[in-house]
Design a protein around this ligand. Structure first.
Ligand SMILES: [Zn+2]
Length: 448
């Protein structure tokens, strides 16, 4: 791969040292960003004209169950408890490996379409290794950068079988995946989507934390939604020294401030999905509680069975809900609004770029337009009717932009979307396969 020069765009780098450029260039050399500057010289480089575009780092979607893509909209009216019943104990059990493949492929392609260049695919519907391989195949084929978080299904217990919350994460599958998935330099990397104490016995949580640490993998887990199986599990894990910077907690509403503070001290990261959390009944996102402790969250879409895959919307909802919360608190305590908005647009853009990279422990490679980092880049059309005129590029991206403005997407220097269209060749065929998959799964449960 040769050099590519993104020329003459408004550059929002998300890197303080690089800064933002009203008009600037990004030089790409192979998979890497070589330079960012006002007027770069690059003889022989392929030119991507960025006049009229805002150039930003590719978005990082820190939490999504991509296997649910064929079920779009079906959970639109379900609370979290209905969702557990209908999806995990019902629809999920009807998925074949082929269903997982097509849903993951199309879901990942849609993420690229929406401006996501790194997807944390939190895959917890893999009862067999063939299901797991189907998901990985879909991610690889899409061309997205992905962290494949290997999880386990949550069906209702059957007679004579152990319930899922008593099943330790399968070591043999982790060993197998460590061999088949490329190491850290590949586009698809491995992590673990474990049950954690909210969804398992203490013994299982302890086992899974140790397993992740032994293999040097991130272990991510849900915390919220329904009653905790092991309410004192977090404190016991902390006392045993098992909480560390390879742990990621999703949602987190049931944690106390003292627990949050201790976890942050140990390097635990938090991924929030404010849109699904509010819609399904987890409660308000803990964004403000983290900010009070000096930390920031990463954000995820969570469920396309519930909401859109557009991460811009998720960030905007997260920003709006936190400001609403802060404004209400200020009114209640001082009788007036804060002097200015409590959360800046720049912070919200950080949640879906730099913070996502940090959650993956890939902040040295992803999250900003920094020389030496991976060339994961999005070009947003600034002269579209819903964007024009742009006075403050960061505010325009956070407050106005959506999937329709994502013109060009590069991942590791490869163009994956150009002039508003995905490069992937067989979209219509894949859409047809996705429809057939979704219809069959719903029909098996008599839901459609
Ligand atoms: Zn989730």
């Amino acid at each position: 791969m040769g050099q590519t020069l993104i020329r003459g765009g408004t550059v929002v780098s998300m890197d303080l040292a690089v800064g933002d450029l009203p008009q600037g260039d990004v030089l790409i050399d192979g998979a890497l960003i070589r330079a960012v500057g006002p007027s770069l010289d690059a003889p022989g480089a392929e030119i991507l004209d960025a006049a009229g575009f805002i150039v930003i780092p590719g978005l990082v979607n820190a939490h999504q169950h991509t296997w649910q893509t064929a079920l779009r909209g079906v959970a639109g009216n379900w609370t979290i408890l209905e969702y557990f019943h209908h999806v995990h104990a019902g629809l999920a059990t009807k998925f074949s490996p082929e269903d997982i493949y097509i849903a993951t492929l199309v879901g990942a392609l849609n993420q690229i379409n929406c401006g996501t260049t790194t997807l944390v695919d939190w895959c917890h519907n893999n009862p067999t290794r063939e299901h797991t391989d189907g998901a990985v195949k879909g991610l690889v084929e899409s061309g997205i950068r992905a962290a494949f978080f290997h999880g386990s299904p949550k069906p209702d217990p059957k007679p004579g079988q152990k319930p899922f919350w008593e099943m330790p994460h399968p070591r043999n599958e982790v060993e197998r995946l460590m061999k088949t998935l490329p190491a850290n330099d590949g586009l698809v990397t491995l992590g673990l989507a474990i049950l954690g104490p909210h969804y398992s016995t203490y013994e299982v949580a302890q086992h899974d934390f140790r397993l992740a640490r032994e293999f040097g993998l991130i272990a991510s887990m849900h915390c919220a939604g329904g009653e905790a199986r092991t309410p004192d599990g977090w404190d016991r894990l902390a006392a045993e020294g098992l909480l560390g910077d390879n742990n990621n907690i999703v949602h987190g509403q049931t944690l106390t401030d003292a627990q949050l503070a201790l976890m942050l001290e140990r390097g635990v990261t938090f991924s929030l999905t404010p849109e699904t959390e509010m819609l399904q009944g987890h409660g308000f996102a803990i964004t403000g509680r983290l900010r009070k402790l000096g930390a920031q969250p990463s954000l995820g879409v969570d469920l396309e069975s519930g909401i859109s895959g557009d991460l811009f919307t998720v960030a905007r909802v997260a920003l709006a809900s936190q400001r609403a919360f802060d404004n209400a608190e200020s009114r209640a305590t001082t009788g007036k609004l804060p002097d200015t908005s409590t959360v800046r647009c720049l912070e919200a853009l950080g949640w879906i770029t730099t913070e996502g990279a940090r959650m993956l422990k890939m902040e040295d490679r992803l999250g900003s337009l920094t020389p030496g980092k991976q060339a994961d880049i999005v070009m947003i059309r600034a002269n579209d009717l819903n964007m024009w005129p742009v006075h403050d590029p960061v505010a325009s991206v956070v407050m106005q932009a959506g999937t329709g403005n994502v013109d060009t997407v590069l991942i590791a220097g490869q163009v994956r979307k150009r002039r508003g269209r995905l490069v992937y060749p067989k979209i219509e065929q894949r859409k047809h396969e996705l429809l057939a998959s979704g219809r069959r799964i719903l029909a098996e449960l008599g839901l459609h």
